[in-house]
Design a binder for this molecule. Sequence first.
Ligand code: SF4
Length: 342
Amino acid sequence: MAVSYDFEMERVLREIAEKKAERVLIQLPEGLRPRALGLMREVEERAGVEAYISGGSCYGGCDIALAEAEALGVDLIIHYGHSRLLPDGEVPVLYVELRADFDVDALLRRALPPLEGWRRVGLASTVQHVHLLPRAAEVLEGWGFEALLGGGGGWTPHDGQVLGCASSTALSIAEEVDGFLFIGGGRFHPLGLALATGREVVAADPYGGGATRIGEGEVRRLLRRRMAAIQRVREARRIGVVVSVKPGQRRIREAEELRGELERRGWEAAIIALDVVRADILNDFTELEAFIDTACPRIALDGLPELRRPMITLQEAYVMMGVVDWEEMMRRSYLGGSWRRP
Ligand code: SF4
């Protein structure tokens, strides 16, 4: 299915002029890096600035290239692909959400068979496609469904928007719907949505063009793997508490608090600081028998395939220590306030 992106070049040029920027840093998610050179040239030629391309990770609005920007001495970061999560620091950031358009009616026709049996459907999407949700609701209502959209706010400012770690828009309507229709690419977000809400999710993917249902069975299997990981970490004696230095994933105070709690309960713990949390880096710390991830919770939940020891989230660590029970964590939602001590 053809998908077109809005790079909002006129807004970018206006922002560069308003900020009187002379040097800018362009940050793009991996999938759009094949277009980086053309974008850089257009920005340089039309704005008369010097533009740099960030080669670091760009996983979310949590992952702003502040360190690169400061090292390069740029006046503005142009961050593509995510909505704002963080207030501006030393270097201002322009967020270009990269709205992506496609034929939503055609995609919904393909999503119709897996929606069978539902009457009330919650709608959700990533920032790229949230603007298509009102049209999706209209189409569904025309077919006799009731379509619901949770109101935006906080980290997900748009109605129906979800992140891999934040589903509050969907949680606000989860009790009222038979399931969710997620519109967007891949299984990362719909799986998070199913885990956070406990509802089945039909994932309609404009990139692959298909629609599949994430059923209760898949979520149950994931939860069984999580319980097994918690048990394995409980049996370890030496634990690495992983801290990311990424601006929106940096939870140093929570990691210190966690290390203290682990040590009071008899575990030996060390805080490992990283930018990108990678299995090959963690595997080198052979004294450590397990890890607790205080960075993006999806790193532990989705797993690092090469990691040779178990890893759990911060929230799961409190279940592991017996501070809260499993049901309580589920009630608060797996991906709800998962960074705060319960
Ligand atoms: S899921 Fe992870 S990468 Fe995405 S916004 Fe949340 S912390 Fe950032």
